[in-house]
Design a protein. Sequence first.
Length: 100
Amino acid sequence: MQFIVTGYDGKDEGALDRRMAAREAHLAKAKTMYETGRWLYAVAILNDAGKMAGSVIVCDFDSRQALESEWLEKEPYVLGKVWEKIDITRAQVAPFCDKK
């Protein structure tokens, strides 16, 4: 089951600092998620100034519950309060783009 997860960073003064503090742990988790086939694609959302302001991840989990328990509950950007809002939407990668 594929999903689009969009995490929107906070907009307060400390938001970018929280992101940068959690970034190495986030990237290490992302690498593992990609290598195990859970993450298919990931991008940073940039604001008008070109600074990171959120993330979009296209991922594959058995269920939304699995997505939350296997990843989001351990995600450094969640634990570090980087993402202020998270949207999760069911999706389907086009067959010609699917790496499976």
